[in-house]
Design a protein around this ligand. Structure first.
Ligand SMILES: Nc1ncnc2c1ncn2[C@@H]1O[C@H](COP(=O)(O)OP(=O)(O)OP(=O)(O)O)[C@@H](O)[C@H]1O
Length: 369
């Protein structure tokens, strides 16, 4: 079997606004039938990347190719309307004075009228919008408007679809159902798709792969499972779920943390490392039930429906400086506090003492930043 040909290939893209490098050396390939999500904090360069692919922004450095054809390289740029790219924006950007049909037909001016009408009818049908063909956007629900925007993006039969925060204008209730529907429709087209979102959970839900961006750079591109299990650094680890984090120094292939001693075979003595574990990987059991566990005291527990999140105090002195351990005990949490998340309802109260431990296989080690 031959490997699928990438539909979109970005090579070493750099984009500056003045002296600021908004995109800094991004290379990425997306295959047809693939939905890739780009996720990262506000200002990390996600939208700029999409604007470069669509041609709304002029490329300064690198190359952009779609379907084997170079769309942009320094000194060479196909205008946006000639790129095989469909784009959908956060606010849908529908034309209020045009009907649903008019909105979908917009931008197909290079086609004969009959062909244009046929394409619009087919899209109305596939998006379950036929009965709204003559309606104006403001009379439609958020979900329906979203489908019109998707139909418009598909109208020119693009080879790549770009979606910039497509669901963030929808309220929480509507968001999930519209998202499921839109993703189902996109999958049915088989078009290579890049979705920008600031919501890591949304990225995991939609993307077959997720590209994590920070400060204009791609930090890691992988499947949701690989990003969750093997994050490249603690920024990625934290993006996909809450972690307990400690600073430590490697001594003779080992690190000592408030949660016990762990092997660090790939590090040299004296290396400063960040040690992290997901809060759902922290196991709690009755006191003295496990020889390797540490004694913790419940500070607070919150029942969240599908899980219970528990804030725990580490034993006094089992934080900064103890047993060669540097740091304050736990990353973003108050000093000396760790968190656990257990499935379902867990009946614990403030002051209860428990045994906490984490499986060595679930401990993540990163070089100190
Ligand atoms: N036209 C512009 N002129 C100057 N700076 C810009 C321009 N557009 C974006 N920037 C800056 O470039 C950086 C990247 O912006 P971009 O919109 O790509 O980020 P983003 O990750 O999409 O953020 P958000 O999630 O908030 O939309 C930011 O620091 C932003 O302020």
């Amino acid at each position: 079997m031959t490997a699928p040909t990438p539909s979109v290939v970005l090579t070493d893209i750099v984009h500056r606004y003045g002296a600021h490098r908004a995109v800094n050396g991004v290379s990425l390939a997306v295959e047809s039938r693939e939905i890739l999500c780009v996720v990262g904090p506000s200002g990390c360069g996600k939208s700029t990347l999409l604007r470069l692919i669509s041609g709304l922004e002029t490329l300064q450095q690198g190359t952009i190719a779609v379907g084997g054809r170079v769309l942009a390289a320094p000194g060479q740029s196909l205008p946006p309307e000639r790129r095989p790219v469909g784009m959908m924006f956060q606010d849908f950007a529908l034309f209020p004075h045009m009907t649903v049909s008019g909105n979908i037909a917009f931008g197909q001016t290079d086609r004969p009228r009959a062909e244009r009408q046929k394409r619009v009818a087919a899209l109305l049908e596939s998006m379950a919008l036929t009965r709204y063909a003559d309606a104006y956007p403001h009379t439609l629900s958020g979900g329906q408007q979203q489908r019109v925007a998707l139909a418009r993006a598909l109208a020119r039969d693009p080879q790549v679809l770009l979606l910039d925060e497509p669901f963030s204008a929808l309220d929480e209730q509507l968001r999930r159902s519209v998202r499921d529907e839109v993703v189902r429709l996109i999958r049915a087209t088989g078009i290579a798709t890049i979705v920008v979102t600031h919501d890591p959970e949304e990225a995991m839900e939609i993307g077959s792969r997720v590209a994590v961006m920070d400060g204009g750079q791609l930090v890691q591109t992988d499947t949701p499972l690989a990003l969750y299990r093997n994050p490249a650094n603690s920024f990625v680890a934290r993006l996909f779920g809450e972690i307990n984090r400690f600073d430590a120094t490697v001594e003779n292939g080992q690190i000592v943390t408030p949660l016990g001693r762990f092997a660090a075979p790939d590090h040299r003595s004296g290396d400063r490392v960040e040690v992290a574990c997901r809060i759902e990987d922290l196991a709690l059991s009755p006191l003295n039930s496990h020889p390797d566990a540490v004694r913790v005291r419940v500070r607070h527990a919150s029942f969240l429906g599908s899980s219970t999140r528990i804030c725990l105090a580490l034993p006094h002195g089992n934080g900064a400086g103890a047993n060669g351990v540097g740091g304050n005990g736990s990353g973003d949490h108050p000093p000396g506090e760790i968190h656990a998340r257990l499935p379902g309802h867990v009946d614990v109260r403030a002051g209860d003492e428990l045994a906490a431990r984490v499986d060595a296989g679930r401990v993540m080690l990163f070089p100190s930043a």
